[in-house]
Design a protein around this ligand. Structure first.
Ligand code: FRU
Length: 470
């Protein structure tokens, strides 16, 4: 029964499969999180919309399934991703009805009992693509906003032979739609310098700190990853001036969706998929975890940054701290052999002039199992080494790299969340890196610091035990 890998303070369904966050909305103060869900098995298929709600973004209550495929309906193959809007007081979902053999089609459902049960619109699907003149590889997923008296909606797509883009539609009433055109130039496939990316999935579009942001999930490239474009929006066109990867764990923060909460914050969740075999997922009985809720901000130099929402600090339990330590390049500095598997760490390191500095966590006392988080001074990058993270050879062991140039004298500041098999790292308030690790040993709980080539300094390290949310 003891599952060493099942996260205890991240959201996930009671069992089986979860992928994208959907329909994020705060309604009468309560936060609602819907998600792509297979209630029957821990594999992608027969996609429903699962539903949970929360008053604090931390503790979730499972709600009845919101949407299920209809054998005779336009969503017979699955209720794929979409969003929620407040349509004049009526909670309304727009989602992608999946039927093998055709492009996904926009469908609508409303609730009249406070988001508990959902009635599908009798005239679903609202329309079937592609718009005239376009040859598409895919067209799915939705983001909506009010424009004038009506609504604007984006769907992700890939134009055959041209590249990925997002298409914009307009409606006076959410039911009848007309095609307006691409939101941005579809020929700009070089935005992420990866011609293998053929489709942009899960578009999300919103104003933030005086700019507009388009979140995308890049499909086709290897690895899959989510990205952001920042720019300006006027006359129904979006002109990006900056492109970036959203999270350097790539596929472990995929299909992000955001919403504006009643405090005016732009909050995003992403899906952390598994990094282990289908057989292991089957044996575990669950697959997929939601990231912690993160607040999106633009930094002063125009980068999109994500940080865990402030509420997350309420989960902090037992605390300990270390200050002013020299980390010698000659030996590992073990801080705690039993730090734990449910942790938050906040630390500041001063790298030496050369080499690297870092920490090992989920470390077994003999050091055979450990995940290493290292800053490489010369390369100006943060590396997460998973080569030893698990003694199980069948799990993913690749490393992750995040560019993180530090200004002269700028220390490395890390905030790290460990929740059994999920690891979320936030560096210097500008870089996020999410990944999955699967330590096999119950004593892989240790925490150590190391320096390479030159001694380094730890200014402070604070460690909290995190309380499970269930
Ligand atoms: C992204 C995605 C979406 C689609 C959904 C299906 O992970 O492929 O494009 O709507 O998952 O579950």
């Amino acid at each position: 029964m003891d599952d060493l890998q099942r996260p205890a303070y991240h959201f996930l369904p009671p069992a089986n499969w979860m992928n994208d966050p959907n329909g994020l909305i705060q309604w009468d103060g309560r936060y609602h999180l819907f998600y792509q869900y297979n209630p029957y098995a821990p594999v992608h298929g027969q996609i429903h919309w699962g539903h949970a709600s929360s008053l604090d973004l931390l503790h979730w209550q499972h709600e009845p399934i919101a949407l299920a495929p209809d054998a005779a309906g336009p969503d017979a193959g699955g209720c794929w991703s979409g969003c929620a809007v407040d349509a004049g007081g009526v909670p309304t979902l727009i989602y992608s009805g999946h039927l093998p053999g055709r492009l996904e089609a926009a469908c609508l459902a409303t609730s009249h009992d406070g988001l508990q049960s959902w009635q599908k619109h009798a005239a679903n699907p609202l329309f079937v693509g592609p718009p005239p003149g376009l040859e598409l590889e895919a067209m799915r997923d939705h983001t909506l906003w009010r424009e004038g008296e009506g609504w604007a909606m984006l769907m992700g797509c890939g134009v055959r032979g041209v590249g990925p883009t997002v298409l914009c539609f307009h409606s006076p009433d959410l039911r009848s739609w007309h095609y307006r055109g691409p939101l941005l130039d579809p020929a700009k496939t070089d935005l992420f310098a990866d011609p293998a990316v053929t489709v942009w999935e899960c578009p999300d579009f919103f104003a933030l700190d005086g700019q507009h942001v388009l979140l995308l999930s890049l499909w086709g490239g290897e690895p899959r990853r989510s990205a952001a474009l920042v720019g300006s929006y006027s006359a129904e066109r979006f002109t990006p001036s900056h492109a970036q990867q959203l999270d350097y764990g790539a596929i472990y923060f995929y299909a992000p969706q955001s919403f504006r909460d009643q405090l005016g914050r732009r909050i995003v969740f992403g899906w952390a998929m598994e990094g282990r075999s289908l057989a292991a997922q089957q044996a575990a009985g669950w697959a997929g975890v939601m990231s912690l809720p993160r607040e999106l901000r633009l930094t002063t130099d125009g980068q999109l940054a994500m940080l865990p929402v402030e509420e997350v600090t309420r989960l902090r339990g037992k605390h300990c701290a270390w200050r002013d330590l020299v980390i010698s390049e000659a030996e590992l500095l073990v801080l705690d052999e039993e730090a734990g598997a449910l942790l938050e760490l906040e630390l500041e390191l001063q790298p030496g002039p050369l080499g690297g500095v870092g920490l090992s966590l989920r470390r077994s006392p003999d050091g055979l199992e450990a995940t290493h988080i290292r800053y490489e001074v010369a390369a100006g990058q943060l590396v997460v080494e998973r080569a030893q993270a698990s003694l199980d050879e069948t799990v993913e062991h690749t490393a992750h790299y995040a560019p993180l140039p530090l200004a002269p004298g700028e220390p490395l500041r890390l905030r790290i969340f460990v929740d059994r098999s999920i690891l979320e790292i936030f560096a210097n308030e500008r870089v996020a890196l999410t990944t999955r690790i699967y330590p096999t040993r119950s004593d892989s709980l240790g925490l150590a610091l190391f320096a390479e080539q030159a001694a380094a300094r730890l200014t402070t390290l604070e460690l909290w035990q995190i309380r499970p949310i269930w």
